[in-house]
Design a protein around this ligand. Structure first.
Ligand code: ZN
Ligand code: ZN
Length: 211
């Protein structure tokens, strides 16, 4: 499996490209902007790789800036948790209007919910519903890799003060993530990677929650 983080768009959101090198099928997680950059990296990492699915950790504008363009170019199926679905058709709900960077909107093809298993090539993506930052935030597990969107960051946690945010739900979600295997590598929506073990020991919010 090939995995790369590509910081994209005005908020330098981490877009992740994951390629199954058996089938050369790829998933793109959170295409926040810079569609051509994402496709160029994909081609450089594995020539001929096909984007099969686009998976969204949540519906915020900084995670979907290149969604419409990437969909047009690749025809990939778009997945989002049903609770964040309205954000894909409203630039106020996805807060891109608030930040002055309205997105080209594009609806999803498939709705995710907790426990779903999505196949790509010889691999699977497991969906874990982790609300709090938004009602439909999800984390995605592929092998030993956990994609946490804006729920868990290295030494930080997501905002809960934006529309639809919920601190109690976020705490619950973080407790759930903290119970996962320590070796899981964490790939957040912004900033550097970490592991569950490292965050259990050093993330001040997790430490407080685990007391
Ligand atoms: Zn967000
Ligand atoms: Zn974000």
């Amino acid at each position: 499996m090939i995995l790369e983080a590509i910081p994209c768009g005005p908020m330098q959101t981490n877009c992740y490209v994951v390629i199954d090198n058996v089938s050369n099928e790829a998933v793109v997680i959170d295409p926040g902007g810079d569609m051509q950059l994402i496709l160029d990296r994909l081609k450089a990492l594995s020539p001929g790789a096909r984007v099969d699915k686009i998976l969204l950790t949540h519906g915020h504008g900084d995670h979907i800036g290149a969604l419409a363009a990437l969909k047009r170019k690749t025809g990939a199926l778009i997945y989002i948790h049903y609770a964040d679905k309205p954000m894909l058709s409203d630039n106020t709900l996805n807060i891109s209007a608030l930040f002055g960077i309205p997105c080209e909107l594009c609806p999803a093809d498939c709705m995710m919910q907790d426990g779903d298993v999505i196949e790509f090539g010889s691999r699977t993506v497991e969906v874990i519903h982790t609300p709090g930052h938004t009602p439909g935030s999800v984390c995605l597990v592929i092998g030993d890799h956990l994609f946490t969107g804006d729920c868990l960051f290295r030494r930080g946690m997501g905002r809960y003060d934006l529309p639809g945010g919920d601190l109690e739900a976020l705490k619950q979600s973080l407790r759930k993530l903290a119970s996962f295997e320590e070796k899981l590598k964490v790939h957040p929506g912004h900033g550097p990677a970490t592991t569950i073990g490292e965050e259990r020991r050093t993330n001040p919010y997790l430490r407080e929650l685990l007391k």
